[in-house]
Design a protein around this ligand. Structure first.
Ligand code: FAD
Length: 564
């Protein structure tokens, strides 16, 4: 049974940054991941990371843009910390070896991003996530005396002791099927978002909301779950992302009439308004019959507005994506895009040190909700969030660990999880296939809990989720082996996604107003009198979601009308 001071579940940017911070603070660390760490979804991050580093920029300006972007649902104390600490974090990355783009003068260069009043996005071409993730991974190896890596270990449950402290997890070695208890004085969830609850999504197949559901089942509240971001530029066929960096570099959006329609919706910022605003504008154009492509279901993103040399230098990955997945040469012709699921603003409720209300349990990165993104995240603020709050969680967890003894853990949960997997494997092969259930879930979420929502659609979606929960209990598991049994893991992930979807839709039904990514056609106005508050969702004793509210922290920016 491996035991450490700090156990980190997830090895994307948040998990790796947390591991580094905890190790630097003297803790022994286990970092686990269900895939090889550099295959975490963070590797796909393209456009960049925000920091107000230029002398003419300021953290206050970054914070104000973030608050406005959040539609005033973001907690301003957390936003202030993130924006103040951003420049040092960026320089730290530079110093450990991230090769950020430099301009002609040899200085760190920036690109513009949506919702920002200054160009403050630092980047490595359009592979920023990959560049940072690989450098952090080298750092983990440098601390090999204190950091043990458990690659391809899948967490099935969190462990708690008699006093209710979180003290480890149960995990399955994907390669052999062996199950083990991992014990620790502090546990940091860094498991990423839940995009696969939607179809299509820009998120990788592994982004299935595991940590959100694990925490919820362990008694931790979730927050802002109704706030799900649709990115304005994803491929119509398969949801692949075309980075906002394209619009940052000057690409423009056009409807079937050749009109640059964003001039109507956001006269100042045009294509670089915040994502919720651009996605809504696009969906309106499509719904009103001004779409392009098959069934008029898309719009044109014209990247040819960017000089070809610059495209090939700064946007080379999307040149490949366009060619390989849409048959379009973006250096010569517009590409057909539409809004698609991209990011979970909501997640496990934490404070500014990553602590959840469950003692010993922390969360950082997309799995967590502080909330720095509120109703709508600004592009390039997520990488920043993973690093700042990954680091802070790692430091705080190491501190906690230094003050306590290793908790005692029984084998009860381990036995329960082994029995659960035995039951999965020995099911009658009569139920529906997991992929089929997942497909129906994602399609329903994308239809009813997307850019525009109303009570009727959301209710339909909730009924579907509840029916699919029953189907999932009986779903067909094909593979009965122990080696790389992805079928069993898929069945467990499906359960996680259903919990995420249920809490998302329940909160979306409850919030009878429009704010950020939640646009209710039946309640089209923002209503600060009643709804300037977070919805928290906890698992009730009856197995149903229980809703309560928490205050939005306002430090210096009072809610105003939001225009771009
Ligand atoms: C295509 C794409 C492009 C993006 N571009 C940008 C960008 O340019 N700028 C920006 O700021 N943001 C961007 N984002 C968002 C940002 O990349 C993510 O929000 C962020 O990287 C999430 O990092 P994370 O560390 O929280 O989780 P992830 O990187 O998703 O890592 C999750 C980790 O948890 C592990 N895990 C999950 N479940 C389990 C389990 N049950 N057991 C064990 N391990 C588990 C996984 O193996 C993985 O290691 C982009 C997102 C996508 C999808």
């Amino acid at each position: 049974m491996p035991s450490h001071d700090v156990l980190i579940i997830g090895a994307g940017l948040a998990g790796q940054r947390a591991a580094l911070a905890a190790a630097r603070a003297g803790a022994t660390v286990a970092i686990t991941s269900k895939v090889h760490p550099v295959r975490s979804h963070s590797v796909a991050a393209a456009g960049g990371i925000n920091a107000a580093l230029n002398p003419e920029d300021s953290w206050e300006s970054h914070a104000y843009d973030t608050v406005k972007g959040s539609d005033y649902l973001g907690d301003q104390d957390a936003i202030e910390i993130m924006c103040k600490e951003a420049p040092d974090e960026l320089l730290e990355l530079e110093h450990i070896g991230v090769t950020f783009h430099r301009n002609d003068r040899g200085e760190l260069g920036t690109r513009a991003f949506g919702g920002a009043s200054a160009a403050r996005t630092y980047y490595v071409a359009d592979i920023t996530g990959q560049a940072i993730l690989h450098v952090l991974y080298e750092q983990l190896m440098k601390y090999a005396d204190r950091i043990d890596r458990y690659e391809e270990w899948f967490t099935t449950s969190l462990l708690s002791d008699d006093e209710g402290n979180c003290c480890g997890c149960v995990a399955r070695d994907v390669r052999s099927g062996t199950m083990e208890n991992f014990t620790a004085k502090a546990v940091i969830l860094a498991t990423g978002g839940a995009g696969q609850a939607y179809k299509p999504t820009t998120n990788g197949l592994i982004v299935t909301g595991d940590g959100i559901a694990l925490a919820y089942r362990a008694g931790a509240p979730l927050m802002d779950m109704e706030m799900v971001q649709y990115h304005p530029t994803t491929l119509v066929e398969n949801g692949f992302l075309i980075t906002e960096g394209a619009r940052g570099e000057g690409a423009q959006l056009f409807n079937s009439e050749g009109e640059r329609f964003m001039e109507r919706y956001a006269p100042n910022k045009v294509e670089l308004a915040s994502r919720d605003v651009v996605s809504r504008a696009e969906q309106t154009e499509i719904d009103e019959g001004r779409g392009v492509g098959a069934n008029g279901a898309g719009l044109h993103l014209d990247v040819t507005k960017v000089p070809r040399k610059r495209i090939l230098e700064a946007l080379r990955e999307i040149v490949n994506i366009g060619r390989d997945f849409a048959g379009t040469d973006i250096t010569r012709e517009p590409i057909v895009i539409r809004p698609g699921q991209h990011y979970y603003m909501g997640g496990v409720k934490t404070d500014v040190w990553g602590q959840t209300p469950v003692p010993g349990l922390y969360a950082a990165g997309e799995v967590a909700c502080l909330s720095v993104h509120g109703g709508n995240r600004l592009g390039a603020n997520s990488l920043l969030d993973t690093l700042i709050f990954g680091r802070r969680s790692g430091e705080h967890a190491a501190q906690r660990a230094s003050e306590m003894a290793l908790p005692q853990v029984s084998d009860t949960q381990l036995d329960d999880d082994m029995a659960m997997i035995d039951r999965l494997i020995s099911r009658e092969r009569t139920g529906r296939r997991i992929a089929e259930i997942k497909d129906e879930l994602g399609t329903s979420m994308n239809k009813h809990c997307a850019v525009f929502r109303d009570a009727e659609g959301l209710d339909t979606c909730l009924q579907t989720i509840r029916r699919l929960k029953q189907d999932a209990e009986r779903a067909y598991v094909d593979d009965r082996g122990t080696v790389f049994n992805q079928d069993v893991l898929g069945a467990i992930e499906l359960g996680f996604m259903l919990d995420c979807a249920e809490t998302t839709v329940v909160a979306a039904i409850h919030r009878t107003e429009s704010r950020g990514a939640q646009f209710r056609t039946d309640f089209p106005e923002r209503n600060d009198d009643e709804w300037l508050k977070h919805i928290d969702v906890s698992l009730g004793g009856d197995g149903e979601p229980d809703l309560s509210y928490s205050e939005v922290t306002i430090t210096q920016w009072q809610p105003e009308a939001r225009t771009y």
